[in-house]
Design a protein around this ligand. Structure first.
Ligand code: HEM
Length: 463
């Protein structure tokens, strides 16, 4: 009897599951949509996507082609793995393909965050952003501060076992803080750090605003961060001194097109710190990892930097021309971001029903411009799973149409050159001062984010 009950319940379970899956497919069966499966009601295929990672995308592509529908992370989504279509999407925001980042991220980063706006507001914030991160700014102001910071951050590592993940995270955050607020960064640093960590966690959580959730904690952190920066701004408004930092340039901007009020300035500060945090830290950590595993590349990089050091005193900062001469360093950075795929893709959403790649995409659907696989295309990158920085010595590869590690079109990363300057300077002091070996045994996860869950420990000694 018991056997019959179990068999009956199992059959009933299977019938309910099949019906739910079918119902969800029918619900989204609209004429003109691309092929694909929608999975379970509400959850869609999120579990498979997170569990299988890049293989989920590859399997779906094998079944449906490089442009398919699915339901992930709470939204009906079109995944585009087609290089031509990806480029088209990034270049055609004006046609109704605006950023489609999750609600929690938009709420916590603020309504003036670049990723939350489009049209004229985007133009204004992007212009203001570029006015403080462009190459002239780096050359005339930022490089010296970056150099000063890295010199001090990379001191006293000799003879220690350090977690390079923790150190590069600290580096990315504190270096940007210094660029933004100069000496005032030292006043806010300790109060800011824990709030920033909560803010980051909140942006990748479900938007459930009840006490105890990461989203709620993230919103609280945002409020505290606003208070911290409002005080700094007040101090600057009451001061007649000139400061050579990003904040001063934003406050005193003469260009009416990019003039920001205090609320907008604080959201720009949050944007700079947030956007440059994981990207710069992970690329730096992975560069240290790949260089450790590839002694020939490390040797060539070290030679480039020792040649620069040879011409100067041990405390002399890197000059602009020396920075621009770091060709192999730039190649290492590009190869690291390609091979590690720090950014898997970018998100857009449709503001109206629209035709795309021969299909009709309903309004409000998310589009995942999934660029990861192009990094491993053997035609573009022979032996794609080998760390080979030399391939980037041919500069034309950097401006290749399909290389989208820094995005493309009107949203091409405005912090790209600033981030590269930070990573290059970090590598300069790292390889000229130290040699290192991995302690071993640390796990490295590559998806959905590149991270070492328990840190990446290295034993450091003076070079
Ligand atoms: C290795 C370092 C970096 C990588 C790989 C990277 C990657 C990207 C990518 C792929 C996008 C496109 C996003 C989209 O189209 O939706 C982007 C945009 C952006 N990045 Fe970066 N980034 C890096 C460093 C930085 C730094 C250091 C900053 C800040 C100083 C920054 C600020 C931004 C901002 C504000 C946007 C949005 C631009 C817009 O919507 O117009 N990034 N980045």
């Amino acid at each position: 009897m018991a056997v019959f009950v179990v068999v009956f319940l199992m059959s009933l379970g299977i019938c309910i599951c099949t019906a739910l899956l079918k119902w969800n497919e029918v619900r989204y069966r609209k004429k003109g949509l691309p092929p694909g499966t929608m999975g379970w009601p509400l959850f869609g295929q999120t579990t498979d996507f997170l569990k299988e990672g890049p293989n989920f995308m590859l399997n779906q592509r094998a079944r449906y082609g490089g442009f398919f529908k699915t339901h992930i992370l709470g939204c009906p989504t079109i995944v585009s793995m087609d290089p031509e279509v990806n480029r088209y999407i990034l270049l055609n925001e004006g046609k109704g393909l605006v950023p489609g980042y999750p609600q929690s991220m938009l709420d916590i980063l603020g309504k003036n965050n670049i990723a939350a706006v489009h049209g004229s507001a985007h133009k204004k914030f992007r212009g203001a952003f570029l006015s403080i991160t462009n190459p002239t700014m780096i050359k005339d102001h930022l490089l010296l501060t970056i150099d000063e910071f890295m010199k001090s951050h990379l001191s006293n590592w000799d003879g220690k076992i350090i977690d390079i993940q923790e150190k590069t995270k600290e580096m990315a955050l504190l270096s940007s803080l210094k660029q933004i607020a100069g000496d005032d960064a030292d006043l806010v640093r300790e109060a800011f750090k824990p709030e920033f960590q909560k803010l980051v966690l909140g942006t990748i959580s479900l938007p459930i605003n009840i006490p105890g959730t990461n989203y709620h904690i993230g919103l609280q952190a945002r409020k505290n961060i606003i208070k911290i920066w409002a005080k700094v701004l007040q101090k600057r408004h009451n001061s007649s001194s000139t400061y050579q930092d990003m904040l001063d340039f934003l406050i005193k901007s003469e260009d009416p097109k990019y003039k920001l009020n205090d609320e907008e300035i604080i959201d720009q500060i949050i944007t700079i710190l947030y956007s440059g945090f994981e990207t710069v830290s992970t690329t730096s950590m992975m560069a240290a990892k790949y260089l450790h595993d590839h002694p020939r590349a490390l040797q060539e990089l070290r030679e480039e930097h020792l040649a620069i050091r040879k011409e100067k005193g041990s405390e002399d900062p890197i000059t602009w021309n020396e920075y621009k001469s770091m060709r192999f360093t730039r190649a290492v950075i590009f190869e690291t971001s390609r091979l590690a795929t720090v950014v898997n893709g970018v998100l857009r959403k449709t503001t109206q029903e629209m035709e795309l790649n021969g299909y009709v995409i309903p309004e409000g659907w998310r589009i995942y411009v999934y660029t990861r696989e192009i990094n491993y295309d053997p035609i573009l990158y022979p032996e794609p799973f080998t760390f080979n920085p030399w391939r980037w010595m041919d500069k034309s590869l950097e401006s290749h149409n399909y290389f989208l590690a820094f995005g493309g079109g009107g949203r091409l990363c405005p912090g790209k050159e600033f981030g590269i300057a930070e990573i290059s300077t970090f590598l300069h002091y790292f390889v000229t001062r130290y040699r290192w070996e991995e302690v071993g045994g640390d796990e490295l996860i590559k998806f959905p984010r590149v991270t070492a869950p328990n840190g990446l420990h290295i034993r450091v000694s003076t070079y």
